[in-house]
Design a protein around this ligand. Structure first.
Ligand SMILES: Nc1ncnc2c1ncn2[C@@H]1O[C@H](COP(=O)(O)OP(=O)(O)OP(=O)(O)O)[C@@H](O)[C@H]1O
Length: 482
């Protein structure tokens, strides 16, 4: 993890009190991303840092910001944006520990938590605000008890995710936030996968940013052993149970993160693994925020050894005990794969990832290998053992699905959708009406098109018949003439 050059934090310009404090977190020698980005940030430059997962990007911005804050302390000095609430909480923790000697006041502004309490905290001018974009934009639109007009630093952690238009689109909220902060500021952008969104990011970091990217061609860390298992879809869960059982039998200290592609699958797998008496807990966006934080805390403290999660946990989370990542589905985007498997093998530790691949996902596996510039190896599983447990596992899974169907899980999803619409200032009933009207118009259009097509085909047929008749008549006449 240490910088190849052997440069210490002191040479980078970091003060003694911060160096002492960093030691408490095991941060002794700077990592390459810290070695390169810290001096640029201390010089006052905008900075874009692209380094592999688990390489210490958080401290690369927290340390210089705290140092600058200690020289001129006021609130609100810095704003950090994160795509998920769990990551925001983790960043806040780093600020709290490292900023303790200067009496740092921080404030976390994330969705689905008490808005009034947050507004009060904001009005007390904390030094650092760590926020998810949606909730911060809501506060900016609805409150005049605080402002961000004097901030010196804007940090976008997982910057590419904040800018891409994925299932959660942050662009509108970012517009509100960027409109509320001063143009003269230092902007710091970090991620393990910055390159796709480089041009958009450069627009946000305006004053010719210092750009640092780790040189290595391979996009994942050397300490990560990457494996795949090519299996039929109906055997996925049996393989999953087998892999967990094997890990539990062979290791005393173990911890696994399992990634799924939907909240429902996450819930079903969690229920199923619990029926097999595995100590596991779920994390997905359909859970209450308090439950989400509690689940993560239990996993972090090793009360539960398995976390079944959707991609809400794919980025940034730093849980050193995680030794294995299992991808229950092959990620559709290589970028998501990089972040998911990056939850293990962090800070120089060893880790293993196993991706379950069905015959329909082979092209996805190839796309991943092409992007990460490395080949995944086949995982040697005990197929006989998997066949032995197959029926039992599949019956249990089906039972869990039926159990979940009897609850209001799908209904809750609809309610959540409606809640989201209300938050976006839309009327769910009106939206529903508009949707069905749109569907009706589309249906009519389709019918109209079909009718035109039919008429055209009939016309064509008639023309052909006419031509054919004409040709036959000509042929007959020619025959007569002979
Ligand atoms: N210089 C250092 N020496 C040793 N450990 C460090 C150093 N800097 C950071 N760490 C530790 O490394 C771990 C990973 O750091 P961090 O979470 O910042 O990674 P990251 O690069 O942001 O990863 P990701 O891309 O997954 O978000 C943390 O536990 C952190 O305390």
């Amino acid at each position: 993890m240490a910088a190849a050059s052997g440069t210490g934090f002191q040479e980078l310009g970091i003060r003694d009190w911060l160096i002492q404090q960093s030691r408490q977190l095991g941060i002794k020698e700077p990592t390459p991303v810290q070695e390169h980005c810290i001096p640029a940030i201390l010089r006052g430059q905008d900075c874009m840092g692209c380094a592999k997962t688990g390489s210490g990007k958080t401290a690369a911005f927290v340390l210089p910001i705290l140092q600058k804050l200690s020289e001129d302390p006021y609130g609100i000095f810095c704003l950090v944006l994160s795509p998920t609430r769990e990551l925001a909480s983790q960043i806040a923790e780093q600020f709290q520990v490292l900023g303790k000697p200067i009496g740092l006041k921080d404030c976390m502004i994330v969705g689905r938590m008490d808005m009034v309490k947050q507004a009060l905290e904001l009005s007390r001018k904390p030094h650092v605000v760590i926020a998810t974009p949606g909730r911060l934009a809501d506060h900016l639109k609805s409150s005049n008890t605080f402002n961000l007009k004097k901030i010196k630093f804007l940090v976008l952690d997982e910057a590419d995710r904040l800018l891409e238009q994925g299932c959660t689109d942050f662009t509108k909220d970012l517009e509100v936030i960027l409109g509320a902060i001063p143009a003269k500021r230092q902007t710091l952008l970090f991620s393990a996968t910055l390159t796709d969104t480089l041009q958009e990011l450069k627009k946000i970091a305006m004053n010719r940013p210092f750009f640092w990217e780790s040189k290595s061609e391979v996009r994942t860390v050397d300490e990560l052993e990457q494996r795949y298992l090519l299996i039929p879809e109906r055997m996925k869960e049996a393989y999953l149970v087998h892999l967990i059982q094997k890990t539990q039998d062979e290791h005393e200290d173990w911890s696994i993160m399992i990634f799924t592609n939907t909240c429902k699958m996450c819930q079903v797998l969690n229920m199923m693994l619990r029926k097999f008496r595995f100590p596991c807990v779920a994390l997905h966006s359909m859970m209450q925020q308090k439950q989400r934080f509690a689940a993560l805390a239990k996993f972090k403290s090793s009360v539960f050894k398995i976390l079944v999660a959707t991609d809400v946990a794919a980025r940034g989370l730093d849980i050193p005990t995680v030794q294995m990542v299992i991808n229950h589905n092959t990620p559709g985007l290589p970028k998501i794969y990089i972040h998911r498997v990056g939850r293990t093998a962090r800070a120089g530790r060893h880790g293993i990832s196993i991706t379950l691949v069905t015959q329909y996902d082979i092209h996805l596996l190839h796309a991943i290998e092409e992007e990460i510039k490395s080949k995944l190896k086949d995982y040697p599983a005990d197929e006989k053992e998997v066949l032995r447990i197959l029926t039992h596992v599949n019956v249990t899974r089906r039972e869990c699905e039926i159990e979940l169907e009897s609850t209001d899980f799908d209904e809750k999803k609809e309610i959540n959708k409606k809640k989201q619409m209300i938050l976006e200032g839309k009327d769910p009933d009106l939206e529903e009406k508009r949707k069905s009207e749109l569907a009706k118009i589309k249906k009519e259009k389709r019918k109209f098109k079909e009718r035109i097509q039919e008429t055209l085909e009939k016309q064509k047929e008639a023309q052909l018949k006419h031509k054919l008749l004409k040709r036959r008549r000509k042929e007959k006449e020619a025959a007569k003439g002979e």
